[in-house]
Design a protein around this ligand. Structure first.
Ligand code: SF4
Length: 88
């Protein structure tokens, strides 16, 4: 067995101020929920999606987007696309 590295994106959604920057910059990864707060639509799968997710994180005025490299195999941190909780 081997391990591969993946970039995992998370958003601290309750603290989103709905500015729209992340969705404008990287709609492949981010979208608004029903309350117009940002959530992760899907985890980035391509290099381009990782780059735009990082650009969105840099642009977020309240710094609540986290892009973190995790191991994709045997790593409890990697929970897939619907995990919007920020990892401490
Ligand atoms: S850039 Fe930050 S504050 Fe703006 S919508 Fe995205 S997560 Fe919310």
């Amino acid at each position: 067995m081997w391990e591969i590295k993946k970039d995992k994106v998370s958003v601290d959604t309750p603290n989103c101020i709905s500015c729209g920057a992340c969705v404008a910059i990287c709609s492949e990864v981010f979208e608004f929920d029903k309350t117009s707060k940002s959530i992760v639509k899907k985890q980035p799968e391509t290099d381009e999606e990782v780059v735009c997710a990082k650009q969105a994180a840099a642009a977020c005025p309240v710094a609540i987007i986290d892009v973190k490299e995790v191991k994709a195999v045997n790593d409890p941190d990697y929970k897939g696309s619907n995990d919007n909780k920020k990892i401490a």
